[in-house]
Design a protein around this ligand. Structure first.
Ligand code: AMP
Ligand code: ZN
Length: 119
């Protein structure tokens, strides 16, 4: 069921501490931790504690929680001091777009320049 923990989900395991992560921020509803394979000097993942398969499913099921994730992405950028130089918030959605973990997550990338269009 949407929102329920999934036993085979890596990020649900990070939420309960079963898999270790470098946590940089936590709220009642979200966790932010460093990506294990960083693509920029700042590369933090912000996830809802509740399991939803991707950003659109999260927003459809729980718009307040989706807003929590976005707000926390901004807080991470401020904490990492990338908010003045610019940063990216990315939600890869679907395998064709590079999604590999099917628990909604915002990538917060900063600390370097970015090209447009993205690769
Ligand atoms: P995506 O490919 O958009 O689904 O993003 C999944 C991200 O999770 C990738 O950038 C991975 O490097 C990252 N990742 C995978 N396993 C871990 C882990 N144990 N701790 C932190 N980040 C992870
Ligand atoms: Zn999950």
């Amino acid at each position: 069921m949407a929102g329920e923990p999934q036993s085979d989900c890596l990020f649900c395991k990070i939420v309960v501490g079963e898999v270790p992560a470098t946590i940089v921020r936590e709220t009642d509803t979200t966790v932010a931790f460093r990506d294990i394979n960083p693509q920029a000097p700042t590369h933090v993942l912000v996830i809802p504690k509740a399991h939803h398969r991707d950003a659109a499913a999260l927003a459809a099921a729980d718009p307040v929680l989706a807003a929590d994730v976005l707000r926390e992405a901004g807080e991470v950028a401020a904490q990492e001091k990338t908010d003045t130089t610019g940063y990216r918030i990315i939600f890869n959605t679907g395998t064709g777009a590079g999604q590999t973990v099917f628990h909604a997550h915002a990538h917060v990338l900063g600390g370097r320049g970015f090209e447009w269009p993205p690769g």
